[in-house]
Write a protein that binds this ligand. Structure first.
Ligand code: SF4
Length: 135
């Protein structure tokens, strides 16, 4: 049996609690709070305690989905990105850049949030950018 403890950071919110993942034979089996982490000092909220549940869930999306005639179909990243870019371009051409809004998330890194707002402003041409932490 291969047993390891892997330190990480909870991805559920922007607090950034330190966690320890128990990994057995390549499977994540349990999440523990990191006692020495300066943010959470050995504590986790209920979402953090259950991080391993969603990683192993068969309901988790593992590939892009494209809705065709009301039904979702798995597609590759190239097709998903091409389809999204084409539809965004058509919306901007027809209704203008301010018809588009970009919503970012506390689950994203600062760098990802920066890239998303840059995409909205420099590529789409809108200042319609919002963040879940403002709700
Ligand atoms: S354990 Fe809870 S408070 Fe800490 S980062 Fe995860 S979701 Fe946020």
């Amino acid at each position: 049996m291969d047993y390891r403890i892997v330190p990480s950071v909870c991805s559920y919110c922007g607090t950034g609690c330190g966690v320890l993942f128990e990994v057995m034979d390549g499977q994540l089996v349990r999440t523990l709070p990191m006692k020495t982490h300066p943010v959470n000092e050995g504590k986790l909220c209920i979402k953090g305690w259950n991080l391993h549940e969603y990683i192993n869930s068969d309901m988790r999306l593992t590939s892009p989905m494209l809705k065709i005639y009301g039904r979702f179909h798995k597609v590759g990243w190239d097709e998903a990105i091409s389809e999204t870019a084409g539809r965004l371009q058509a919306i901007v051409e027809k209704y203008g850049p301010d018809s588009v809004g970009v919503l970012v998330s506390a689950k994203m890194t600062n760098e990802e949030n920066y890239v998303a707002q840059k995409f909205a402003r420099a590529v789409i041409g809108t200042n319609n950018v919002d963040h879940c932490a403002r709700l």
